[in-house]
Write a protein that binds this ligand. Structure first.
Ligand SMILES: [Zn+2]
Length: 81
């Protein structure tokens, strides 16, 4: 009797973990309208790809920079002189 209860509890836990894991996978996947959107690597704000500058640094990593961040980087550079 106890074994049956434990087995049922175990199955429920396995199902819960599967459901949570599945939800996490869905969350990671991009929605169709987000395919052309990326986050700025500096401020993490999401923009349309057309509004971002894309740079590959190293072999794999792609970085995106928004106009606001590029502007502030530029200002930082100018203020050094
Ligand atoms: Zn930015």
């Amino acid at each position: 009797m106890t074994v049956t209860v434990l087995a049922i509890i175990f199955i429920i836990i396995v199902l819960l973990v599967t459901a949570v894991g599945f939800k996490a996978v869905i969350k990671q996947g991009k929605k169709p309208e987000d395919i052309n959107k990326e986050r700025c690597s500096i401020c993490q704000v999401q923009y349309h790809k057309a509004e971002l500058i894309e740079r590959q640094i190293g072999d794999h990593r792609l970085y995106f920079f928004c106009g606001t961040c590029i502007g502030s980087l530029h200002n930082e550079l100018i203020s050094k002189h």
